[in-house]
Design a protein around this ligand. Structure first.
Ligand SMILES: Cc1ncc(C[n+]2csc(CCOP(=O)(O)OP(=O)(O)O)c2C)c(N)n1
Ligand code: SF4
Ligand SMILES: [Mg+2]
Length: 344
């Protein structure tokens, strides 16, 4: 694999001439801008960058980024992305999926790309609804969600995308939301991670599930409900008046008050992105009693799938000459007598 060549681009270089088909005011616009702003900062090369999506409003994303892209089939972006990565490990791949695409029909595929640790950035736009098909409940819809498929209210217990990713073996789990000014930082951290980097992005579907994240993601006034995690920094929120501590008897997280800025005395823990046990607690932390955990929740790389695949291929073919005829003639062979019409 070659080291990626960094090139200079601007936001404009990543914009396409395609007509954007999202509803006016959809959170997808803000995510698109965040990505288009981040790519130049990464030194990304449009000729080496590929956006691969499934089906959904979110999955229209590749049309709007001036790079290579595949708008594939429902839930199958991970399979296409894995194939592309194996064919050319130098490609910089961004996978775009939705809560329906990635966790309903594509839950199985998403699980495997994560556990295999194929090196790519995986952005799951979570709007807790099927947007494209006019607002049916999705696996992340809250209990009680009224929708065309759940007219009296959903009684399913919702999946938590970040918990799913961590449980599937992801070595990077990040979270952000559409209009957050910190989203590019989460994207940059995901890009720096070697391996499958999973980012859950809360996205406002203003038509079918308006403002479901407003309690922590409203453009103004919700900051106190956001816990932005930074490696090596204490877990503080609400203007540093509160923090997250570990209840050592129950082995669970709790919210504590911080008096006079003395977070240490309050027992607030310092974020260590490599601590998998704490990461499991952070992804499960219920919003309401707790703030929403955002930023880089977990980041602890291990060797990637394609590196292992390339190494095995190189070892298996070392000192050998490629000979397809020999390969096909190897082992048991048969001579077939007769014909289909007159079998022996
Ligand atoms: C095989 C198949 N089954 C069902 C559909 C219908 N379908 C299209 S998009 C979608 C759900 C998309 O939801 P999500 O991934 O959350 O994307 P959003 O539109 O919310 O961004 C469904 C069920 C389809 N296109 N193909
Ligand atoms: S239906 Fe919802 S998710 Fe889809 S484009 Fe409209 S606002 Fe966005
Ligand atoms: Mg959705």
């Amino acid at each position: 694999m070659n080291a990626p060549v960094k090139i200079e681009t601007t936001l404009k270089d990543w914009e396409t001439d395609q007509e954007v088909r999202w509803c006016p005011g959809c959170g997808d616009y803000a995510i698109l801008k965040a990505v288009q702003r981040t790519l130049p900062q990464l030194g990304a090369d449009p000729a080496n960058t590929v956006f691969i999506s499934g089906i959904g409003c979110s999955s229209r994303f590749p049309y709007y980024v001036e790079s290579y892209g595949f708008h594939t089939i429902h839930g199958r972006a991970p399979a296409f992305a894995t194939g592309a990565k194996l064919a050319n490990p130098d490609l910089d791949i961004w996978l775009v999926t939705g809560d329906g695409d990635g966790l309903s029909i594509g839950g199985n595929h998403l699980m495997h790309v994560l556990r295999r640790n194929v090196n790519m950035q995986i952005m799951l736009f979570n709007n807790e609804i099927y947007g494209l098909t006019k607002g049916q409940a999705s696996p992340t819809s809250r209990e009680g969600t009224k929708s065309p498929s759940t007219p009296i209210g959903s009684y399913d217990h919702p999946a938590r995308p970040a918990a799913f990713a961590l449980g599937a073996g992801a070595r990077f789990v990040g979270r952000g939301f559409d209009v957050s000014k910190h989203l590019p930082d989460v994207l940059k951290a995901a890009h720096a991670h070697q391996g499958a980097a999973f980012i859950e992005i809360f996205q406002n579907c203003i038509v079918y599930n308006k403002d479901v994240f407003h309690d922590f993601a409203a453009p103004k006034g919700a900051e106190d409900q956001q816990l932005w995690l930074e490696n090596g920094k204490p877990m503080l929120f609400a203007k540093e008046s509160k923090g997250i501590a570990l209840d050592r008897d129950k082995l669970e997280l709790k919210v504590v008050d911080v008096v006079d800025g003395d977070w240490d005395a309050a027992g607030v823990i310092v974020h260590d992105v490599t601590n998998r046990s704490i990461a499991h607690m952070l992804v499960e932390m219920p919003f309401g009693p707790f703030p929403m955990a955002l930023g880089v929740l977990y980041d602890d790389p291990r060797p990637t799938f394609e590196a292992a695949a390339m190494a095995e291929k190189a070892a298996a073919s070392q000192g050998k000459e490629a000979n397809l005829a020999k390969l096909l003639g190897k082992g048991q062979t048969w001579t077939v007598d007769g014909t289909a019409q007159d079998p022996v």
